[in-house]
Design a protein around this ligand. Structure first.
Ligand code: S3P
Length: 432
């Protein structure tokens, strides 16, 4: 198990490009595998999570050339050409891989089993199993509606679903099932969530109708292979956006970051706290907006985080907890109960970690109340969660002593090379 140890007193400066977007990388493999013809993907995230998706489609007979370096060539054979996997499909730590694949597999003419590691096998699946069942899917979950999921391939019928949880994984799962269903599949969400699936489906030539909270497609169409350039992941950039904001004297530029408006809640929230974040060289690549982000240190102040921004920054809360702990005044986070069912209970993990570093922070059922101030050094754990490990490494930038973070192997699920990039930008970090 790797341990990160940060030394106090660093600032961040220079330029970096963080790895490819995890959400887009999963979707690129899935849709390319189901498309007719070749799809060339560049900037693919070489992280454990997206590699599980790639391995799953290979196990279902899709020829995928992948020599590393973010370059992937997928030889799609069309929507109806997957073959039954010889063994159960193991999705590791990845909720996105497991939930999106469930949507694809529910409508196949063969049976399959999806499982994950201990963390994933404890995550709630009723949110996908129940609506898929209403489309005619036959899925048996373990007790408490967690993985492994045993899927018996069935004929599906399109349905209109009103989801209670704002979740792009649920929406995407149902839309993917809708590709194999008769008639129209509609998802109506309680709040806006990331829309990469809808954008990418259109990029593959598949008609999707969407309004602000409603999205619909009809089964029976075709996907056509294309080229996909995956932007750098704003969720990985988030650690350095917060790090540069809280470490005095910092000035960094993060290149080619995805700035899809359904993902930029982190920028909006930090700006409300007083952060200095500029979007430069804004452009659109393959239907996804990208920009270089210039971040300079600023005096952050506590805020009540607007609830409508929560789903647009859902993966960035571990980093935002650190920003709040280093700000002046109180930050109130609410409406973020989904954080309790991520790779770990992220509310509890950040409260425990920051308390260990001397912060004044109290958990609430759906968030936390954080009194900004100074942090001390200390020993903390990641709870086996990549984003907790990286967020606590950023806390090291405003702690007055070394921060020792145990159990950091899982950083490789989303950000292989994190410690090296952090060191290049100026964080003094030892990996042992
Ligand atoms: C993701 C959606 C989010 C996010 C996850 C990636 C996606 O999950 O936390 O890391 O790629 O669709 P929820 O949909 O469960 O909020």
């Amino acid at each position: 198990m790797r341990t990160f140890t940060t030394r106090p007193g660093s600032s961040l400066s220079g330029e970096a490009r963080v790895p490819g977007d995890k959400s887009i990388s999963h979707r690129a493999i899935i849709l390319a595998s189901l498309a007719n013809g070749e799809t060339e993907i560049s900037g693919f995230l070489e992280g454990a999570d997206s590699l599980h998706t790639l391995a799953a489609f290979r196990a279902m007979g899709v020829a995928i050339e992948h020599a590393g370096g973010g370059q992937v060539l997928v030889h799609g054979r069309g929507l109806h050409s997957l073959s039954a996997p010889a063994a159960k499909l193991y999705m590791g730590n990845s909720g996105t891989a497991l939930r999106l694949l469930t949507g694809v597999l529910a409508g196949q003419p063969f049976d399959s089993v999806l499982s994950g590691d201990a963390s994933l096998n404890a995550r709630p699946m009723g949110r996908i199993v129940n609506p898929l069942a209403s489309m005619g899917a036959s899925i048996k979950a373990a007790d408490q509606l967690v993985p492994p999921l045993r899927i018996s391939g069935s004929a599906l019928t399109g349905m209109s679903h009103k989801t209670l949880i704002a979740s792009a994984q649920v929406k995407s799962c149902l839309l993917l099932a809708g590709l194999f269903a008769g008639g129209e599949t509609t998802v109506v969400e309680p709040a806006i969530t990331r829309d990469h699936t809808e954008r990418m489906l259109r990029g593959f030539g598949y008609p999707v109708v969407s309004g602000s909270l409603r999205v619909a497609l009809s089964g029976g169409g075709e996907l056509t292979g294309t080229r996909i350039e995956v932007p750098a992941d704003i969720s990985s950039a988030a650690f350095f956006i917060v790090g540069a904001s809280i470490a005095p004297g910092s000035d960094i530029t993060l290149r080619h970051v995805g700035t899809n408006p359904t993902r930029t809640g982190i920028i909006d929230i930090l700006r409300l706290m007083g952060a200095s974040i500029e979007l430069l060289n804004e452009t659109v690549m393959g239907g996804e907006p990208v920009a270089d982000l210039r971040v300079r240190s600023a005096r952050l102040k506590g805020i009540a985080v607007p609830r409508e921004l929560v789903p647009l920054a859902i993966d960035e809360f571990p980093a935002l907890f650190v920003a709040a702990a280093c700000a002046t005044g109180e930050t109130l986070i609410s409406g973020a109960e989904e954080l309790r069912v991520k790779e770990c209970d992220r509310i509890q993990a950040m409260v425990d970690g920051l308390q260990q570093l001397g912060a004044s922070i109290t958990a609430t059922p759906d968030g936390a109340v954080i009194q900004g101030g100074s942090l001390s050094g200390g020993q903390v754990g990641s709870c086996g969660d990549h984003r907790i490990a990286m967020a606590l490494a950023m806390a090291g930038l405003c702690a007055d002593g070394p921060v020792v973070i145990a159990d950091c192997d899982n950083v490789d699920t989303s950000f292989p090379g994190f410690a090296a990039t952090a060191a290049e930008l100026g964080l003094v970090i030892d990996v042992t």
